[in-house]
Design a protein around this ligand. Sequence first.
Ligand code: ATP
Ligand code: MG
Length: 159
Amino acid sequence: MMLLLLNLKLIFVATTIQSIMSGITTFTMIKPDAFEAGNSGLILQKIIDNGFKIKALKLTKMHQEDAEAFYAVHKDRPFFNSLVEFMISGPVIAAILEKENAVDDYRKLIGATNPADAAEGTIRKLYASSIQNNAVHGSDCDENAGIEGNFFFSHFDRH
Ligand code: ATP
Ligand code: MG
């Protein structure tokens, strides 16, 4: 029994490492502004229409420590406290997505951080209202896609 469990665990680790290394995985969140505005369905449909497969999905709400940890890279930026407040202000929808070249293709689909600079047709151009309240998160590299996916999901949640 122990050996079987160890084997399963090794297979899971190997699969995870492989999917991170080959760049087919990214992580996204529909942020509280887009959820509150009722745009989650439209955003998920756009993600699917653009060839991303949903591998994991959940509606959840972050606590302050979660948001601080998730955005720790920005802890010295002047907008950090406000960003954390925003991210815990309501539910988010977290998802792991799969597609060839997932991280770059998804960053293209969501558009620039500031919706004023986002290209026509991108998710942020369509649904973001400010540089902070910008509708969605998208991982910025394969390594972070793995870290962020693991932050929200266990292997039981992935299909
Ligand atoms: P994300 O990481 O959420 O996908 P991003 O990679 O486009 O966004 P980052 O530079 O990582 O942008 O910033 C993280 C988040 O912090 C942004 O999505 C936005 O919500 C917020 N943010 C970034 N810059 C500012 C700013 N100048 N003022 C207020 N909020 C900001
Ligand atoms: Mg970022």
